[in-house]
Design a protein around this ligand. Structure first.
Ligand code: MF3
Ligand code: CO
Length: 257
């Protein structure tokens, strides 16, 4: 069942979204060679808790840290570690869920660390483009498959793949709600979008094969062929005439399309 949020609830999610957007602004300059992913996670947690927010990933099904920090062939759910030290050429993905007053916002970003080869930049660009092409399909009356197909087509046009087993999702007072949102699909199929739905749209890209495996730590999801991976995600609300991205800029600044 897809939970429809009231304007009041969407305002609360936009507040957590603004906090998450400001967290990413704060983190950006800290993502440099020599820093460990654990340091980034600890700084993120301090930033959010000092502002009254909660790191929702910590303890989620026993997840041990405050953020997901995935390097290179690790696509998602990388556990931050003092041993994972950023170096030139790394492709880092952060995926973070925060809440204020129980209402959650989920967003992921991909970063080229220091000096990177063109292949890193191209993969990151494709992930962001896939998100925007997908999200631009969102409006009441459209099908979820319209969004999914736009994401898949963008990724395939670059020659990359999307995972089969990991998807976007509805979000609200729960991190994961209906509907599940694969990064592939067929226009004109799936649930019909309605005002008040809140969706985490999250293209996940693999440079070569779509095959993934889970690391021995039980969390990290990596490309089986060890290729590079990218991820870009925002929490989005369906509005009366389009959509509103809740995790990008400060509350009140974004406009429905
Ligand atoms: N942020 C992830 C998502 O987009 C979930 C992370 S799993 C966790 O669904 F255990 F780390 F929380
Ligand atoms: Co998500």
């Amino acid at each position: 069942m897809i939970i429809i949020k009231s304007p009041r609830e969407i305002a609360l999610m936009a507040k957590s979204g603004a906090l998450l957007a400001s967290l990413y602004d704060y983190l950006r300059p800290l993502i440099v060679p020599g820093v460990s992913t654990l340091e980034l996670s600890q700084k993120a947690e301090k930033f959010v808790t000092e502002r009254g927010g909660k790191m929702e990933e910590k303890g989620y099904y026993g997840y041990p840290e405050a953020v997901c920090a995935s390097l290179n062939s690790c696509l998602i759910h990388g556990i931050p570690s003092s041993k994972a030290i950023l170096k030139d050429g790394d492709l880092l993905k952060l995926d973070i869920v925060v809440s204020l007053d129980g209402y959650m916002a989920d967003a992921a970003r991909s970063y080229a660390v220091g000096i990177c080869p063109e292949r890193v930049h191209r993969l990151i660009k494709a992930a962001e483009e896939a998100f925007y092409n997908g999200v631009s399909q969102i409006a009441p009356g459209k099908h979820l498959g319209d969004v999914e197909e736009a994401i898949e087509k963008t990724v395939k046009a670059y020659g990359y793949s999307v995972p089969r087993d990991y998807t976007g999702h509805g979000i609200g007072t729960n991190m994961h709600e209906d509907p599940y949102i694969p990064n592939y699909g067929k226009a004109g199929t799936g649930p019909i979008l309605k005002e008040g739905m809140t969706l985490a749209i999250e293209p996940m890209l693999l440079e070569h094969s779509a095959a993934t495996r889970v690391l021995g730590d039980g969390w990290g999801v990596v490309a089986k062929d060890k290729g590079l991976t990218a991820h870009y995600e925002n929490t989005v609300a369906v509005t009366s005439n389009g959509y509103r991205i809740l995790t990008l800029v400060e509350e009140g600044k974004e406009e429905a399309n």
